[in-house]
Design a protein around this ligand. Sequence first.
Ligand SMILES: [Mn+2]
Length: 330
Amino acid sequence: MKTLPESLLQIIRKTNNIVLVTHINPDGDALGSLIGLADTLERMGKKVFRYLEEPVAHLYEFLPDTGLMQTEIPALHDFVRQAGEDVLCISLDCGDRKRLGMNADELMKIRPFVVIDHHMNNNGFGDTAWIDSQRASTGEMVFDLAETLAPQISEKAALALFVAIVTDTGSFRYESTNAHTFNVARKLVDYGVKPGWVSGHLYDNYSVGRLQLLQKVLATLEVLGNGRVAIIRVTTDMLESTGCTLEDTENFINLPRSVTSVKVAVFLKETGSDRVSVSLRAKDTCDVAAVASRFGGGGHRNAAGFRAAETTVDEVRDRVLSVLLDEFSC
Ligand SMILES: [Mn+2]
């Protein structure tokens, strides 16, 4: 595990205006890390601009301070202008500058640009980077940072960081979970987090429509390669007829992945008339980050994804299958 670089601490300590950004379609780790760090920095007396491309997804609305997120680029410009030279941008949980979204170039004009992340394929874009692929979540890294910077972590920040860790470790089940992960989680509970309350919000808080959507998605299940590959899909029609959005499909992929024989689960999502987004989850040795990078995507060895345009779900299915079975022997 890489320790927190001193240079990062110095640059944060001396800067009074800090912009926090994360990847598009932010998950629990992205949002939790951003919220937890924002609160810690504000308690140190700094001004913080919490930038998101889109408002917080319904699933994560229970997180603290979601109302403080800003989505407007002109507001960001005002913040940076008022800050003058005394400004810094920190990117959290984002493995690639493209994943900063449509305003990536604008965001990266804010200098210095600091990257804190745990994605294996992160090439260290920006001026200063703290990247540690041994970490189970960015939230765990932000905890180390917050604990070093601030005398006390607030209950609010603790909750946000706990959600980051729980979601990115699949509730402490993934391979990346280690003693440090539990150590951080224990400290967060000491700071006031109630794990049962968090689980209730994350896992027992769904609509009937989502269950009906799950019914339709599971009906598309295909199992191939002698049971090693399981594929499910969601179409825009299914979303419409159940009153759901793609957000509601979060965690669906864990069901095909949970089958004993399955080494790779593939979730094909129709995101428009000719657009498809693909999530890949692996067990054991298959490296789905390598598979995803073949299609211009990325991620972790066990969890990765990519997007494809000007294509159909069937076409993408065939291409992914041939790469998985023929080239990677997953
Ligand atoms: Mn993460």
